[in-house]
Design a protein around this ligand. Structure first.
Ligand code: 5GP
Ligand code: ZN
Length: 114
């Protein structure tokens, strides 16, 4: 999508530094990390929010989640645990409207999140 920041990162229009990439999935470090490890995982295809997921997307999102777990298991700082979170809509704190999953860890996490 033309004006989407994360689509521009996927296309290379904005330089990215992927920690993982395949045909459908892209993962990169958050520009403003909220924990020692803060990776964003996105489908390359533009989907704005979790409310925009459709029947058929379960394969893509399932693959993304499993790959994110594999990436997490390869990071020593996450060996004692990590959090995966997605925000949906303005009130949740979503600021980039291309669905993304935050992988956070490397410090004790509080619950509930603010
Ligand atoms: P949200 O608030 O939508 O759940 O998360 C958006 C995330 O994208 C934020 O954690 C923010 O720091 C990150 N972000 C915003 N702009 C950029 C950027 O240009 N590059 C990278 N790597 N992350 C970004
Ligand atoms: Zn997009």
């Amino acid at each position: 999508m033309k004006d989407c920041l994360f689509c521009k990162i996927v296309s290379g229009e904005i330089p990215g530094n992927p920690v993982y990439e395949d045909d459908e999935i892209y993962m990169f470090n958050d520009i403003s990390p909220q924990a020692p490890v803060h990776i964003l995982a996105i489908p390359k295809r533009h989907i704005a929010t979790s409310n925009d997921l459709k029947t058929g997307d379960e394969i893509l999102i399932g693959k993304l989640f499993l790959k994110l777990k594999e990436v997490a298991q390869g990071i020593d700082k996450l060996k004692n645990g990590y959090r995966i979170v997605t925000n949906c809509g303005a009130e949740s704190g979503q600021s980039v409207f291309h669905i993304h999953f935050h992988l956070l860890g490397g410090r004790p996490m509080k619950w509930p999140p603010g």
